[in-house]
Design a protein around this ligand. Sequence first.
Ligand code: ZN
Length: 145
Amino acid sequence: MPYKDKGKRLETQRKHYANNKERVAAKTRRHRTKKKAEWAAFKKTLQCMKCGQNHPATLDFHHVIKDPSNNKINELIRRNAWSLVYAELAKCVVLCSNCHRIHHHNEMVYDKKVRKKKKLLAQDTHTHYHTHKSPKGAGNGDSVK
Ligand SMILES: [Zn+2]
């Protein structure tokens, strides 16, 4: 029965819950079990996009774009936040734990290379600056402005 008065509605809901705690808890448990089973069945249909590994225990969900708003899928599952789980999946690709590790390893190596390259470029520019702008080449940056 709908109530126009929000306070009354909440009061009724509170009373209903108090009188049916056990039933509500059982319903929640059933719902969670069902959702977990659905998830397990879904995970069985997935495979690593790199190597094709498809054992559900090995599969990770890797966020394609690093973003502070990303949530870990396993964390959402632990919280039984099922609608969030499926929404979060849209931001991920499936990788097995090996390929996932390798991916992050390569990322780290690449980052180091890029940092090193940037540093070298910065030094190059610096040298250039001095050789062209101050032909006397004293190397005193303060004199050239
Ligand atoms: Zn793999």
